[in-house]
Write a protein that binds this ligand. Sequence first.
Ligand code: 4NP
Length: 168
Amino acid sequence: MKRIKVLFVCLGNICRSPTAEGVFRALVEKKGLGDRIEIDSAGTSGWHQGELPDPRSREEALLHDVDLSDQRSRAVIPGDYTRFDYICAMDSSNLRELKRNCPSGHGGRLYRLTDFAPELEIQDVPDPYYGGDDGFANVYRIVEVSATGLLAHIQAHDLACAEGQITR
Ligand code: 4NP
């Protein structure tokens, strides 16, 4: 059975996209869909290549019982554009960068994470790197709502057959 592949992308891959990866994985596992959905994250830059997520992101996630400590930062690579079905940018700048590098014909896989939470009425997950700790709590809240919406979307659009629903 084809696995749906989801990539979360921010600038450094140490704050927002690792949070999204960890939160989304927890939601997917809670629904018993761990074998149906593959999850990863990456940065449009390789500035923090090989590093653990930022301690402030790890602390915030742990408050919600989500452990980010097995993640390491990596940059987006050309193969990601064909490998992943959903490539979810954290902000407009990340999305612009992805669009600039995406091979023609594959742009339909590019999304903003917040596309899946229209009720939030925001476009960007704000970059928390140079701000205070409340920025990390805010990132977590936005990511949690959006990741929940993304999973509902994938269940409805990609996994509906497996759940016994008719897809036509
Ligand atoms: P992220 O946050 O894109 O959410 O991982 C940042 C991490 C590092 C930097 C900027 C944003 N930086 O300038 O090094």
